[in-house]
Design a protein around this ligand. Sequence first.
Ligand SMILES: Cc1cc2nc3c(=O)[nH]c(=O)nc-3n(C[C@H](O)[C@H](O)[C@H](O)COP(=O)(O)O)c2cc1C
Length: 161
Amino acid sequence: MTKVLVVYHSRSGNTAKMAQVVAEGAKSGGADVVVKKVEEAALEDLIGADGIVLGAPTYFGTLSAEMKGFIDGSVRVRGKLEDKIGAAFTSSGSPTGGNETTLLSLIQGMLIHGMVIVGDPLETGGHYGAVAVGSPDAESLKSCRKLGERVAKLAKVVGGA
Ligand SMILES: Cc1cc2nc3c(=O)[nH]c(=O)nc-3n(C[C@H](O)[C@H](O)[C@H](O)COP(=O)(O)O)c2cc1C
């Protein structure tokens, strides 16, 4: 069965709420889903997944140090994440506080691993991933669910599970 891993960092719970709904979306897309706080995620979790969705709060216009540390640590599994499906989500305090630059930084790490990234062409989702301003509202949650679902569906096609 297709496996989707959702790894997130969240200090005040907003990104955590998004993670749960991304996971629900991935489940409805037919995947076996594991959700982990970044503090609890291991590199083996990355290797075992067909799809990986990373979420972090926006800190100073980029991803939190906790998530950056996890991505930096993934240098040890370089070459083993190639062709996996990836996507990103973030919560920021302000609509123009750097949420898109955060998504791009998350995606950058995945691209460097040779992963295939899921974007969104429509207004119903963020172009570079799912975004919430503060606590996710209904629109944000819809885009989280859709992102998770698409990652699961694409991971199934690419992974052939
Ligand atoms: C150290 C720190 C830096 C932050 N920097 C930004 C920022 O640059 N832009 C922004 O819009 N919000 C910023 N915020 C607000 C958080 O992104 C926002 O509160 C977010 O919803 C927190 O997510 P969480 O509840 O998952 O921890 C910052 C918060 C902290 C604690």
